[in-house]
Design a protein around this ligand. Structure first.
Ligand code: AMP
Ligand code: MN
Ligand code: MN
Length: 319
């Protein structure tokens, strides 16, 4: 029993959601909780409302169960938000129903999360929201389908168990999920490493346009709307680009900007060793994240934004 399963027991109508433009951890945690409730509490009504998941994740998780936020019942007893650091990142049409639910419940692992629910279960030391959720569920009630969703989320948010957020506990949770019969190799290859041809072409374009500054300690690049349409790519096709910059020898800070509309950029930041806490910079732009991985949306022209972000990085080097 946990505080979450207590609230599930007390509720009849339950809704589950996550952040917009969901990544693997977000789709993994929300579908895991959805299937967990569906399978173990057949007498309850459960809804999953979520923005469109990435195609790569849909190859491993059945996402056909998603309900549009407008179609949720007016009265929700328990509304759970997973992997979202603020209510600003929930689907706009879901926010009002989240706030007016009998109980709004936040499960997350972002250190920038100030707790926007009635109940907030936030563990900033956890690798992923899936790791946090695992500990709130009854192990005996986790099916292979639920375990696969949780495993996928951990795989994605740890970059396949390699980021520094990967702890002994992360590996123990992953081991317990494997014991449920999860097909680890399939999930890792199909949802994480496999790229479409056009994604590879887009990565090549991003690397081609990349620049370095501060003696190679900062690497940055941009993908414009024209680049996206040239390769017929969508916003989720840029996944992995910032990681490729981060993996460059000598690079400490990687910055990737994706033009989402004229003068609107989604910015992703990564820090290699933690000499700069990139979440501090994301918060300046009303974004959020972790010390080594953070993101935000910035308005303005590309040259000004990148110059300002680099100057914020330069204010913060700890050595
Ligand atoms: P990304 O760069 O999108 O891969 O995100 C890196 C981390 O920052 C993830 O943990 C995100 O949840 C978080 N993040 C990204 N964008 C935002 C945003 N606009 N607001 C709050 N957190 C964000
Ligand atoms: Mn996420
Ligand atoms: Mn996450």
């Amino acid at each position: 029993m946990s505080i979450l399963t207590d609230k599930i027991n007390d509720s009849n109508v339950i809704a589950v959601t996550g952040h917009v433009r969901p990544d693997g951890d977000c789709v993994g945690s929300t579908t895991a909780l959805y299937y967990y409730i569906l399978e173990n509490y057949p007498e309850k009504k459960v809804y999953l409302t979520l923005d469109t998941p990435p195609a790569s994740v849909k190859k491993c998780i059945d996402c056909d169960v998603i309900t549009a936020p407008d179609s949720l019942p007016d009265k929700v007893d328990l509304f759970v938000s997973l992997d979202s650091s603020t209510s600003n990142r929930l689907l706009e049409a879901a926010v009002e129903k989240f706030n007016s639910a009998g109980v709004s419940f936040v499960v997350d692992h972002h250190k920038t999360n100030i707790g926007f629910g009635d109940i907030n279960h936030i563990d900033a030391d956890a690798s992923s929201c899936c790791e946090v959720l695992f500990e709130l569920l009854d192990y005996d009630k986790i099916s292979v389908r639920t375990a696969s969703s949780l495993y996928l989320g951990i795989v994605h948010d740890t970059g396949v168990f390699k980021y520094s957020s990967t702890s002994k506990r992360t590996m123990e949770v992953a081991g317990k999920l494997l014991a449920k019969g999860v097909d680890s190799a399939f999930i890792i290859d199909t949802s994480f490493y496999e790229k479409t041809w056009k994604q590879n072409k887009l990565l090549a374009r991003a690397i081609d346009k990349a620049e370095i500054s501060e003696d190679g300690k900062i690497a940055y690049t941009v993908i414009s709307q024209a680049d996206l349409s040239e390769f017929r790519c969508g916003s989720s096709d840029t996944e992995g680009i910032v990681e490729q910059l981060r993996l460059t020898e000598g690079v400490e800070i990687a910055i990737f900007m994706r033009e989402d509309a004229a003068n609107v950029y989604k910015v992703s930041m990564r820090a290699k060793t933690g000499l700069v806490d990139v979440s501090e910079i994301s918060v300046l732009y009303n974004g959020g994240g972790h010390s080594k991985a953070a993101g935000f949306t910035a308005h303005g022209n590309y040259d000004e934004i990148i110059a300002n972000v680099i100057s914020e990085v330069n204010k913060r080097w700890t050595v």
